[in-house]
Design a protein around this ligand. Structure first.
Ligand SMILES: Cc1cc2nc3c(=O)[nH]c(=O)nc-3n(C[C@H](O)[C@H](O)[C@H](O)COP(=O)(O)OP(=O)(O)OC[C@H]3O[C@@H](n4cnc5c(N)ncnc54)[C@H](O)[C@@H]3O)c2cc1C
Length: 340
């Protein structure tokens, strides 16, 4: 049986996030023994919860230098935890922190890595991972002989481990590391984030609302209705709590210095050169539905689109329902219904 390490980091409040708990869920699905490694100050409550996860042992690196997300300190802490654990297989969430640091740790330990794994399985004693290649076009199931093997777990792919505890049962070992000055060149001074009502990318929302370039184009009266478009889109997002996505055309407009929707950034782009979000449902508005965009809808099985053009690309078998209608009028009406 191979020794597995589940490598996690704490949220700013010392708790474990949903993605970290999904990674524990992934480890538990393998029914192998595992060790937990945590970077960051764990709250007392999180420590008690974690000790119910069924791990043999817990290794913690915490303290001022290690609480912030920084490549040098995360890679150093992670490397020391992997070495101390003696694990040959390392599972970590594919979040910004470990997606950045784990490749470095893997290189230092001369291992191999598979990022964004969506499923784990076992056959004849070997562990297999499922991951996507070529921008989510090819799904592969593979195994590796090389050890150590580093795997990051894609968000939303495993059940959230919901364990709660009232006492610390697992043996806990704190690694007292001193971070060399050469690794302190970057410092996190503060975290700036948009207010929650402007936080428009919501991976956990059941609904994706895509706004296309049509919102910024001349309408039937020969004029552009930018302000109205923003009001309608924000109104819908507020009422439905949907996550906002955009097409390449709409997000590029802002980059090219042209008038675009102020709520759009390149982070919103869905598609071949954008993201492939996982929402239960999606609605595309003022978006033509060209293949490089729709490829980003791979995991969205319930689809609707609103377009003036009955022959737009969505009409060619890419959506369940196409409303051939003016999105300005339709979204206005939907917002009225939602606000009742
Ligand atoms: C290599 C490559 C990679 C690409 N990667 C991506 C990618 O990752 N993501 C992506 O999105 N695109 C990508 N593209 C671009 C893609 O092919 C399309 O050009 C883009 O998706 C078009 O965006 P759009 O539908 O918003 O704009 P348009 O094609 O301009 O369509 C606007 C639509 O709005 C409709 N419309 C206008 N007014 C209204 C109204 N009042 N009510 C209802 N409908 C209305 C129009 O009928 C039209 O269909 C890529 C292209 C290439 C070549």
């Amino acid at each position: 049986m191979e020794k597995i390490l589940v490598l996690l980091s704490t949220e700013q409040n010392g708790e474990l996030g949903k993605h970290a708990r999904e990674t524990i869920g992934a480890a538990k699905s393998l029914s192998h023994e595992f060790v937990l490694g945590v970077v960051g100050d764990l709250s007392e409550k999180a420590m008690k919860d974690l000790s119910q996860a069924g791990a043999d042992h817990m290794l913690i690196v915490a303290g001022g230098d290690f609480n912030m997300s920084r490549y040098a300190s995360d890679a150093y802490a992670g490397e020391q935890i992997v070495r101390a654990s003696g694990a040959v297989l390392v599972l970590a969430p594919a979040n910004s922190r470990w997606s950045r640091a784990l490749p470095g740790i893997c290189h230092r330990l001369e291992g191999r890595m598979d990022p964004q794994v969506t499923a784990l399985s076992q056959k004849d004693g070997a562990i297999y991972v499922t991951r996507w290649f070529y921008r989510q076009r090819i799904e592969a199931v593979l195994t590796r002989k090389c050890r150590p093997w580093f795997i990051t777990i894609s968000a939303g792919s495993f059940p959230v481990w919901e364990g709660k505890g009232s006492e610390v049962k697992t043996s806990v070992e704190r690694l007292n590391l001193t971070l060399p000055d050469t690794m302190k060149k970057s410092n996190v001074l503060s975290i700036k984030e948009p207010p929650t009502n402007q936080q428009t990318i919501k991976p956990d929302s059941p609904l994706l609302f895509v706004a296309g370039a049509g919102w910024t184009k001349k309408q039937a009266d020969g004029a552009v209705h930018q302000e109205e478009a923003e009001k309608l889109i924000f109104g819908f997002l507020d009422a439905s709590k949907a996550s906002l996505g955009g097409t390449k055309s709409v997000v590029d407009l802002a980059g090219e210095g042209q008038k675009s929707l102020s709520l759009m950034s390149h982070l919103h782009q869905v598609g071949q050169t954008g993201s492939t979000p996982r929402h239960k449902k999606g609605i595309a508005t003022c978006c033509h539905g060209e293949e490089p965009h729709v490829v980003g809808w791979r995991f969205i099985n319930e689809r609707r689109a609103i377009n003036l053009d009955p022959n737009c690309s969505w009409a060619h078998g890419k959506t369940d329902v196409l409303y051939v209608a003016d999105a300005f009028q339709l979204v206005k009406k939907v917002n009225e219904l939602l606000s009742r």
